[in-house]
Design a protein around this ligand. Structure first.
Ligand code: FES
Length: 352
């Protein structure tokens, strides 16, 4: 017997160094988690992934316990479910988890677990919230009364996007996720990539611009490619009544693997801006712009190009394509300059 263990009585292979959680998932057995964040160092903070390991003195956190050969693991025993249920009850008592008015209602891991374990009453006294909600910045609302201190936001900030803007602060009942100096996000090292919001399993971190615009079950999620730079990050557009109310990253998709930058996540307002140019503008001799049709604008540009080529040759022209363009548009642009105009003066604005 090598590199196998017993998962609910069934001999199951594992990779040396693998945690019980990952080996179980590979073996087709799902274990609930809250603090576990794929790709980050396991913290074992929430104790929801507890499993029974025969011979161990207590239940073990499967996300942070490595599998060993011959280990006998039970993921579905009465003892396991009793402990997980109690931990959910303790987390529910740790704050003000009133789902009816929570932005994350319908998209909350804690709510899912409370439902799964049929928890209808709070068995433990509810902890007093001592920290006010922070919403000074334009992007992220931090509601500390809904924070279960799972630490996923800290892991995401420090290990996934490596901004190192937040950490666990204070002790005991005063524990809190803090920035350096416990300043608000907008006075900290935070770059507002919003990765903390992406991974928050409750309504502690939510997107300010999306507040009140739509419940998770009311939106249609449309997958697209971020329009900003050439990386091609994959994102979900959360659309309600034909309007984008929120953008999140697509997990397990190349190239961004569930990450987005501040522009990709929050910078979609331009779509609905009244200042957007909708028709070409031609500058007249007096320096003022006037609106024109596409035919008129394109004819003007083509004729100017012809004049320049006739007087100074094709190398007197140069083209810079837009970083927001799709590959196919950039390809056509270089074809236009090389094959039609006859110059190699073509570049891409992201290189300038
Ligand atoms: Fe394992 Fe939280 S998921 S302790």
């Amino acid at each position: 017997m090598s590199n196998t263990f017993f998962l609910n009585g069934i001999e199951t292979p594992f990779t040396p160094g693998q945690m019980i959680l990952d080996a179980a998932r590979n073996g087709g057995v799902e274990i609930p988690t809250l603090c576990y964040l794929k790709g980050a160092t396991p913290t074992g903070a929430c104790r929801i992934c507890l499993v029974e390991v025969k011979g161990a003195r207590s239940l073990m956190a499967s996300c942070s316990t490595p599998v060993t050969t011959g280990m006998d693991v039970l993921t579905d025993s009465e003892l396991v479910h009793k402990a997980r249920k109690m931990n959910v009850e303790l987390l529910l008592a740790s704050g003000r988890h009133n789902c009816l008015v929570c932005e994350s209602n319908g998209d909350c891991r804690l709510q899912d677990l409370a439902y799964f374990y049929k928890i209808t009453n709070l068995r433990f006294p509810q902890k007093e919230n001592i920290y006010p909600t922070e919403d000074e910045n334009p992007f992220i609302v931090r509601d500390f009364s809904r924070c279960i201190l799972c630490g996923r936001c800290v892991q995401a900030c420090n290990e996934v996007v490596v901004n190192r803007a937040i950490t666990q602060g204070y002790r005991g009942a005063e524990s809190k996720i803090v920035t350096g100096g416990d300043n608000p996000y907008n006075e900290s090292e935070c770059v507002f990539c919003g990765q903390c919001v992406e991974v928050c399993p409750t309504g502690a971190l939510t997107e300010k611009k999306a507040k009140g615009l739509g419940r998770p079950w009311e939106v249609q999620k449309i997958r697209t490619t971020c329009p900003y730079c050439g990386v091609g990050c994959q994102q979900w557009l959360h659309v309600k009544d034909g309007k984008i109310i929120k953008v999140t990253a697509v997990e397990n998709a190349e190239p961004n693997q569930g990450r987005l930058c501040v522009k990709g996540r929050f910078g979609y307002d331009f779509i609905y801006s009244e200042d957007r140019l909708k028709t070409p503008l031609i500058r007249e001799a007096d320096g003022k712009f006037r609106e024109a049709s596409w035919d008129e604008a394109l004819d003007l540009v083509a004729n100017k190009f012809k004049e320049i080529i006739k007087s100074d040759g094709p190398d007197a022209l140069g083209g810079v394509s837009c970083a927001r363009s799709i590959n196919e548009d950039s390809y056509q642009m270089q074809k236009l300059f090389r094959a039609v105009i006859g110059t190699n003066n073509i570049d891409h604005c992201a290189r300038t």
